[in-house]
Design a protein around this ligand. Structure first.
Ligand code: ACO
Length: 331
């Protein structure tokens, strides 16, 4: 038994904010941002929410899979920026798409969230508890960003991506002889380094809280520490996943990495001695959307025909927590 992704979908806010727009807000330049990050523009919510974007992405993924909403058994939303603490975003999505037979809950593994969601679904589906799942990464990070902080506000964007996964027999052979489905997962966490990328919860107990008043409620990041973590841990965990599945870098057609920064992706390709042409990117147009980056990219690659049946893909996510992981699958 394995799992296969049979549908993908994505949804982005209408508003485009370019680097030139940001020059009006903070002391920065298009040149600096493009050179250090690879980002030229991002989408920013003017009203779209984590749940409305997620629901749209789910509807598209379901449409591609040919399944009905009534058939959905599990909805997992990975987010670190839900509009409500209660109820969870997955339940809002369940309600808005009408998937009344599904079990729905959120998980938060920041930028690795979609990957951790996929791996969680893998465990549920492989054990036979559920037969299918909608996995979503959805974020509105624009509300967690300090628009006066040029070190962070240039990086992030809003959006949602979804994948519909189904339990499948492990013996579906593609034309190129590969067996379709998820081959292996590797994931890890390093809580000891968690504070290099953090955002403080806004709701303090108003009656009894006696600690120090928290001044900064926005995303805070030690960019260089995040960079070091990503460029060391990501190639290592991808290599570990390839070793575990008995594959080499040459057996992989596409590496779909969390879109944090072009320089991180280039460094990972170099460490792995893999051709950078195998690393599709969309960060130039949409920025870093945390848990949404991988499914939005996957959806684009799938709909454009870049990813074909039988292609072997490595998905790798990494981010706050710190969390990281890699999954190997044949499309
Ligand atoms: N525009 C112009 N100048 C800037 C900007 C900006 N937007 N931001 C910082 N600077 C300045 C700094 O003030 C500093 O000036 P100084 O030398 O006068 O003090 C100078 O540029 C260098 O600053 P650094 O922080 O050292 O810049 P660095 O080269 O490290 O680049 C960056 C910053 C792009 C964030 C880099 O550290 C990085 O890529 N880190 C990875 C973090 C990341 O990708 N995070 C995404 C979220 S986490 C995730 O998704 C996994």
């Amino acid at each position: 038994m394995t799992i296969r992704i049979t549908g993908t979908g994505s949804a982005l806010p209408e508003k485009i904010v370019t680097n030139f727009d940001l020059q009006e807000l903070v002391d920065t330049s298009d040149e600096w941002i493009q050179k250090r990050t690879g980002i030229a523009q991002r989408r920013v919510s003017t009203g779209e929410t984590v749940s409305t974007l997620a629901a749209k992405a789910c509807q598209k993924a379901l449409e591609m899979s040919g399944k009905t909403v009534e058939e959905v058994e599990l909805i997992l939303v990975a987010t670190c920026s839900p509009e409500l603490l209660l109820p969870c975003c997955a339940c809002q999505v369940q309600d808005s798409i009408g998937a009344s037979n599904a079990v729905a809950f959120d998980l938060n593994a920041a930028c690795a969230g979609f990957l951790f969601g996929l791996n969680t679904a893998y465990a549920y589906l492989q054990s036979g508890i559920y037969k299918n799942a909608l996995i979503v990464g959805s974020e509105v990070l624009s509300k967690l960003v300090d628009w006066n902080d040029r070190g962070t506000c240039i990086l992030f964007g809003d959006g949602a991506g979804a994948a519909f996964v189904e339990a499948a027999e492990a013996d579906i052979v593609c034309e190129n002889g590969r067996r379709a489905g998820l081959e292996c997962i590797v994931q890890g966490s390093d809580g000891a380094k968690g504070m290099v990328l953090s955002c403080v919860e806004r709701t303090l107990n108003s009656a009894f809280f006696s600690g120090n008043k928290i001044e900064n409620l926005f995303i805070q990041m030690d960019g260089q520490e995040v960079y070091k973590f990503a460029t060391k841990q990501v190639p290592a965990c991808i290599q570990q996943a390839l070793d575990k599945s008995g594959m080499t870098v040459n057996d992989v057609d596409w590496f779909l990495l969390h879109q944090a920064n072009v320089r991180i992706i280039e460094s990972v390709a170099k460490h792995l001695k893999a051709d950078i042409a195998k690393f599709p990117m969309n960060i130039h147009d949409v920025g870093n959307m945390s848990s949404a980056t991988i499914p939005v990219l996957l959806d684009a690659c799938c709909r454009s025909g870049k990813i074909k049946k039988g292609d072997r893909i490595v998905l790798s996510g990494f981010g706050a927590g710190l969390t990281y992981g890699a999954s190997v699958l044949v499309w």
